[in-house]
Write a new protein. Structure first.
Length: 173
């Protein structure tokens, strides 16, 4: 039994086209990654916390064979966490492997008066090392269990800045 009758043999060109079509469809599937997962869930699959990305990722692409990815936000996103001002461009690219994000583009941190690009993030047990090329800083993974919100980071209330009730502020002497 075969897929064709002996009286009508498949031409070698048709066979080659069928193989190319199969390879192409396999490649497209691997580029789109597992379509049922969110970008945040993909981070977790590679052992990273979801808080490395702000809320509001609209889509992503992942080539699972190379680890190359692109993450898309509606717009540029800035916020401040502690004393760090961060800026995410609307497209973030890089390469992801287990416990390593490299060749990053689209994420910057303000240090003093300079904007420096975060180029790499490495997970070492319960620490994340952020590299800006010539320097790096370590932070606990637990600082990134929650996603920051564009505009207000973690100081938000329903997407707006948190209001401080001055009547409840306690001053110590």
């Amino acid at each position: 039994m075969g897929f064709h009758s002996p009286s009508k043999p498949i031409s070698s060109m048709a066979f080659l086209c069928a193989i190319l079509l199969f390879i192409l469809s396999s490649s497209i599937h691997s580029v789109s990654g597992t379509t049922n997962l969110t970008a945040y869930e993909v981070l977790q699959e590679y052992d990273f916390p979801i808080g490395l990305l702000p809320k509001g990722v609209t889509s992503y692409e992942l080539d699972s064979s190379t680890g190359k990815f692109s993450v898309y936000l509606n717009a540029t996103c800035t916020f401040t966490i502690d004393s760090y001002e961060l800026k995410y461009k609307s497209t973030i690219t890089g390469v992801i492997k287990k416990d390593e994000l490299s060749s990053l583009s689209g994420i910057q941190v303000k240090v003093l008066f300079l904007w420096l690009s975060i180029t790499e993030v490495i997970r070492d047990n319960d620490e994340l090392e952020f590299s800006v090329g010539i320097a790096s800083a370590n932070f606990p993974v637990s600082n990134f269990y929650e996603c920051p919100t564009c505009g207000c980071g973690f100081d938000c209330d329903d997407g707006n800045f948190r209001k401080i009730d001055m009547d409840r502020v306690v001053y110590s002497s």
